[in-house]
Design a protein. Structure first.
Lengths: 270, 282
């Protein structure tokens, strides 16, 4: 009997209040967070000055640190930046012509102009994608969907997006199971690239067929949970509606963006 | 008045050459517990799908005859509204997890969220159901990482949490051990006592004999036998129609064959013990 009281109390405490992570950055309302970060991303694209862009990228790291996601954001973002830089360096050397030759590989001249162009493009791409990556590192998908649903997005859309995420995980698991059973039958699945590809091909069709059939059953099971009933839904997990200071913060960032666009249009930004 | 009634129902799945249901007539009354048994591919699940309204809305194909649910013709029902009236637990526990919730607690609450149940009520209900199903220790686990048996319990919990008047339950114990199976039957009979109408597809005949009020035996899309559990399950003909008979009934028939007359064919163990004791006391 005592246990029952405890469980009820525990879950009431857990769900009757707003869901919080006790971290200012993570607890920002998802839509406010999305607004702020996207605005910063666009600002970064508009500011052509190298120093500004670097500063904004540094700011991403700072925000990630404040949101206790420094490691996961850092790894992803830094990795992305390095791959962008490597890829664009080569591409730009091929496409940009310049007179300041730095060095030459078998007659292929690497120019200063090419480097600059590559760096500039990398910063642009990283400046924007950093904002997006940061947003998704700091926000749980279900929280974003909750906020969108509250704003009138249909729960079907929200379900489809959330379920797709889970499906990716499930498919990975299923493919692993199929691979294991292949191996148990003596099919080579490890070794060089060719062997791996050969092993993968027969996995694909059962994988997709099973995904299709399970999608059908999933539709029925969602239907069994009164998914399409036309009533107002309640939400077990609720997030705090954006408090006024969060809205002000978003508005300030938006105003900066608008000002910057204005400057860009009038030509004052260069 | 019958709660659910099927009259001359014939159904064929799309692309199929044979009828999955053929000329099915049956009635289900409020507050009774029906067991549906029979061979594999006999039409048990199809019957469930018709009653649940998935045929003809979800599965197309050709449906003839009349199906009346709560006094209204099936084709006039809005499937979504019907889902709030009839709870449906189906066979495969792996596809019954929504895949969008991160704890079992939230998973079980999902149906109620969709039905707009107030939050406080929802929390109490989930806790209650978890205690009944003895899955308290799963409440905080990720539903996508459970074993088959655990998922089956969670799927079952998710449906009974919705508190629908009618429950259609298709093999809820396929992944469970004997104790787990017994528990599920206990819970179903508890639901029956709470006034719910229950249609259960199951192969575990001894449990059917113990708990159900009426039994329907399906064979090749037709109803081979139907009626009160005692009269149907005591019928030795059952085995010729792809169904099993309870162990107690087997004992009864064997005794009869050996000219030991009993007062009747028992279908449950308790029944058998009593009947045999009576006979020995004579």
């Amino acid at each position: 009997m005592e246990k029952q009281v405890n469980l009820n109390d525990f879950y009431r405490k857990k769900y009757m209040t707003y869901q919080k992570k006790e971290n200012f950055v993570q607890d920002l309302n998802p839509l406010v967070k999305l607004n702020i970060l996207l605005a910063i991303g666009i600002i970064c694209v508009l500011l052509t000055d190298f120093k500004w862009r670097l500063a904004i990228c540094a700011l991403y790291y700072v925000i990630a640190f404040a949101g206790k996601k420094f490691r996961s954001f850092g790894l992803l973002f830094t990795g992305l930046a390095i791959s962008f830089l490597a890829f664009l360096s080569v591409i730009r050397q091929l496409s940009v012509e310049g007179s300041h030759v730095l060095f030459s590989i078998f007659g292929w001249k690497w120019t200063m102009e090419g480097w600059e162009s590559a760096l500039d493009m990398t910063m642009t791409l990283c400046g924007f994608s950093g904002a997006v990556i940061l947003f998704f590192t700091l926000t749980e998908m279900r929280d974003l969907m909750y906020a969108l649903e509250k704003k009138g997005v249909s729960h079907v859309t929200s379900y489809v997006i959330l379920a797709s995420m889970q499906t990716i995980t499930d498919l990975k698991k299923t493919s692993q199971t199929i691979m294991d059973s292949q191996r148990a039958r003596g099919v080579e699945t490890e070794g060089n690239l060719l062997v791996r590809v050969k092993a993968l091909v027969p996995v694909i069709s059962p994988l997709f067929l099973s995904a299709l059939t399970s999608a059908e059953e999933k539709a029925i099971s969602m239907d069994a949970r009164a998914f399409s009933v036309k009533r107002d839904h309640t939400f077990l997990r609720e997030l705090q509606p954006a408090p006024i200071y969060e809205v002000i913060l978003a508005v300030i960032v938006d105003l900066c963006l608008i000002a910057l666009i204005g400057m860009k249009i009038t030509g004052r930004l260069g | 008045m019958a709660y659910i009634e099927l009259k001359n129902v014939t159904y064929r799945y799309p692309l199929s050459k044979e009828n999955a249901l053929e000329d099915v007539n049956c009635k289900f009354e409020k507050g009774k517990f029906y067991g549906i048994i029979g061979e594999n591919g006999g039409g048990k699940t199809t019957l469930c799908n018709v009653i649940r309204g998935l045929i003809p809305q979800f599965y197309k194909g050709k449906l003839d005859g009349e199906v009346e649910i709560l006094g209204e013709e099936l084709r006039d029902w809005d499937t979504a509204e019907l889902s709030a009236k009839i709870g449906y637990v189906f066979q495969n526990p792996f596809t019954q997890i929504s895949g969008v919730k991160e704890t079992v607690f939230e998973e079980i609450a999902m149906g109620m969220e969709n039905m707009g149940v107030p939050k406080e009520e929802m929390i109490d209900k989930v806790v209650e159901i978890c205690k009944i199903l003895k899955i308290e220790e799963l409440m905080e686990k990720n539903p996508n990482e459970l074993s088959g048996g655990q998922r089956q319990r969670v799927a079952f919990a998710s449906i009974i949490a919705m508190d629908t008047e009618i429950l259609v339950i298709d093999e809820p114990t396929s992944q469970l051990d004997p104790q787990g199976t017994q528990d599920i039957f206990e819970i179903i009979s508890m639901l029956k006592k709470a006034g719910k109408t229950i249609l259960l597809v199951e192969h575990k005949i001894d449990l059917i004999a113990e708990y159900c009020d009426e039994v329907i035996v399906m064979e090749k899309g037709k109803i081979a036998f139907s009626g009160a559990v005692k009269s149907v399950l005591a019928n030795p003909e059952l085995e010729k129609h792809g169904a099993m008979i309870p162990q107690a009934a087997k004992v009864g028939h064997e005794l009869r064959k050996n000219h030991i007359e009993l007062s009747g064919i028992p279908i449950t163990i308790q029944d058998a013990v009593k009947t045999i004791k009576d006979r020995m006391g004579d």
